[in-house]
Write a protein that binds this ligand. Structure first.
Ligand code: OFO
Length: 174
């Protein structure tokens, strides 16, 4: 059983993960508009990962006897000035998510909720990867983006991202 404060904070994280899903879907649409199929593919797969994160939180809340009441999502931005600014915003967003996860861990520790600390540790590790992958694309754009055909090469790299696992697969844990 979760403390009410912990349950409310975890349910809010479902919102954060769903907004991440929505934000990355919007960024994928930027790729369609700019003729960058690789960026579209990369962001669609990132969005699917975020959906799987939301489901992971929902499953855990359910396992602990709680209920994730879903809130309305805020609209994501519609446009960016460049592919680089898309990934800079993605990195900023991931830093915000890292902060959210750290605050959840702090709360779970203060409540001596060991199972929630254990659950959240997966996300602590995941955030290192999430920030590094957005930073990696920014670095690649800085290195090659201004060269002739540079963005074409970047887009080809983005297209090589492996497909995300089915986002509803974690549902097997309930
Ligand atoms: Fe991007 O890691 Fe979840 O939100």
């Amino acid at each position: 059983m979760l403390a009410k404060k912990m349950e409310t904070a975890l349910v809010h994280q479902v919102y954060e993960e769903m907004y991440s899903f929505y934000l990355y879907l919007a960024m994928a649409e930027y790729g369609v508009g700019e003729g960058m199929p690789g960026l579209h593919h990369w962001m669609r797969n990132q969005a699917l990962e975020e959906l799987s994160h939301a489901i992971k939180f929902m499953n855990y809340i359910a396992e602990k006897g709680g209920k994730a009441e879903l809130k309305a999502l805020q609209s994501p931005p519609k446009s960016w000035k460049s592919a680089k600014s898309v990934f800079e915003e993605a990195l900023k967003h991931e830093q915000h998510i890292t902060d959210c996860i750290n605050k959840l861990v702090d709360l779970a520790i203060s409540l001596k909720d060991h199972s929630t600390v254990n659950f959240l540790n997966w996300f602590v590790a995941e955030q290192v990867e999430e920030e590094a992958s957005a930073q990696g694309v920014i670095d690649m754009i800085k290195l090659t983006g201004n060269a002739p055909g540079g963005m074409f090469m970047v887009d080809r790299e983005l297209a090589a991202r492996p497909a995300a696992p089915h986002p509803l697969m974690p549902a097997t844990t309930v």
